[in-house]
Design a protein around this ligand. Structure first.
Ligand code: NAP
Length: 433
């Protein structure tokens, strides 16, 4: 029997479990740990609440979770409740699938002003992640600035721009929907430090901005490169640029909410009086693909600023970490003997949910190469003994089922669920306290 511990129950974690089942069948025991009492990581807390079709992939993870030799162990903080060294004593292989849950810092003056958030915090807030439920962004002002030209920046701009009816069928949490209903925000500026050909936005997500009820995206035609240059782009990027060209050609409309793409615009400082009021921006030019400041500066009004500039993996004591890259130090997923990483914790926050599937299968290949014959580890029996001795009261997949049912039962009309946003609410729903 091979005993496998996977830390993190998001896409990378469940795809790794699926790959382990495919390879070893009944010859493997998989324990999937999570910090939260609920599974599925980014699917629950990262994917936009109005993108329910993407969340449908959780059904696949559900099927993996049903296997008798796969177990969910929720509400266990690896590094606090149990150390990596202890897990390595108990399991043949420990795979860190912990994602990249923390914000990268902008590193500019004014970052500590009020109403300035990183996208992990802001997205976590509207998705009901317990760590960010108390974020309380202030929507009293009229102008929001979103920094970054990736899909997360698009998600945030879209959520800020939607009217309540456009959240029908979404699992946005009540505290966020209520706050957005009273929002005074009437413009979002999306700052990109490079140009239209350097965006990291995919066509479907970009296209959605073109059909919002009260909002219209605007692009300055002068920012767009000559159309002939689009031919050199890969097909996906070419489609994205077509959307930007359509936004630039759009005739004026009476939609009152504007989403302005400001390209070649690098934020240099956030300015305010306790709370943020403006962003100081430097115009850039592309030099060998890099954004280089031109010295020309201007200010953009900003009562709310969200930096959507990428994420970092949280370090764990005793695990080698690549500070510059913001993820675990690894060679093709190998960190130390018996210790591996997968998904965003391995390669950084890139790709789609599906990118994690080949990643999961690849790490299982590595483990198989390293462990031609399993050892005599205790696996889950040993963990249970340790948890009992230490008073660690973990959550099982059966407990999650109860939480799931309770969330579905309390959903507002048309919504798939109303998430619990605090651990004690989740535990109460599971009948644990
Ligand atoms: P991302 O795709 O890496 O985009 C980050 C953006 O931030 C880039 O435009 C980058 O510009 C910019 N940036 C970085 N540092 C900056 C700085 N100091 N100042 C100004 N701009 C800065 O990251 P993401 O949007 O967080 O997305 C993470 C991953 O999740 C991506 O793979 C994304 O596709 C995926 N995702 C997918 C969906 C979907 O499919 N619906 C939704 C959300 C997220 P440079 O290019 O110049 O570095």
């Amino acid at each position: 029997m091979l005993h496998l511990a996977i830390i993190g129950s998001g896409p990378a974690g469940y795809y790794t479990a699926e790959a382990a089942l495919k390879r070893w069948g009944e010859e493997v025991h998989v324990d999937i740990f999570d910090l939260q009492p609920v599974p599925f990581g980014l699917i629950r807390s990262g994917v936009a609440p109005d993108h329910q079709s993407i969340k449908g992939v959780a059904k696949r993870y559900d099927a993996v979770a049903q296997a008798p030799n796969v177990r969910f162990i929720g509400k266990v903080a690896v590094g606090r409740d149990v150390s990596i060294a202890e897990l390595q004593e108990l399991y043949d292989a420990v795979v860190l699938a912990t994602g990249a849950p923390s914000d990268r810092a902008l590193g500019i003056p004014g970052e500590d002003l009020g109403n300035v958030f990183g996208s992990a915090a802001f997205v976590g807030w509207y998705n009901g992640h317990p760590h960010f439920a108390d974020l309380a962004p202030d929507f009293a002002g009229a102008h929001a600035v979103v920094i970054g030209n990736g899909n997360v920046a698009l998600d945030i701009a879209r959520i800020l721009a939607k009217v309540p009816q456009e959240f029908e069928g979404a699992d946005i949490v009540a505290h966020a929907l209520d706050a957005l209903k009273g929002s005074g925000i009437a413009s979002v500026t999306i700052l990109g430090r490079r140009g239209p050909h350097q965006i990291a936005m995919t066509p479907k997500e970009l296209g959605e901005l073109g059909s919002l009820e009260r909002a219209r995206p605007r692009v300055d035609p002068a920012d767009l490169p000559p159309e002939v240059e689009d031919a050199a782009l890969d097909p996906g990027m070419r489609k994205s640029i077509q959307h930007l060209r359509a936004f630039a050609a759009d005739t004026p409309s009476d939609k009152p909410f504007t989403i302005d793409f400001d390209f070649f615009a690098a934020p240099r400082a956030l300015i305010g009086d306790g709370s943020v009021r403006k962003v100081e921006v430097e115009r850039t030019a592309l030099v060998e693909g890099r954004a280089v400041g031109t010295g020309e500066t201007y200010q953009v009004p900003a009562d709310l600023v969200i930096a959507a500039i990428g994420y970092r993996t949280n370090p764990i004591e005793g695990v080698p970490y690549d500070t510059a890259a913001g993820r675990f130090a690894n060679e093709e997923g190998r960190i130390l003997p018996g210790l591996y990483c997968v998904g965003w914790a391995r390669r950084g926050p890139s790709g789609t949910i599906g990118t994690n599937r080949p990643d999961g299968f690849a790490i299982v290949d590595r483990i198989a190469e390293d462990f031609p014959a399993p050892g005599n580890k205790q696996g889950r029996v040993g963990f249970e003994a340790l948890a009992t001795a230490r008073g660690v009261d973990f959550v099982t997949f059966r407990d999650w089922r109860k939480i799931d049912e309770a969330e579905v039962a309390r959903a507002r009309d048309g919504a798939p669920r109303e998430k619990f946003v605090a651990f004690d609410q989740m535990l109460a729903a599971a009948g644990k306290h």
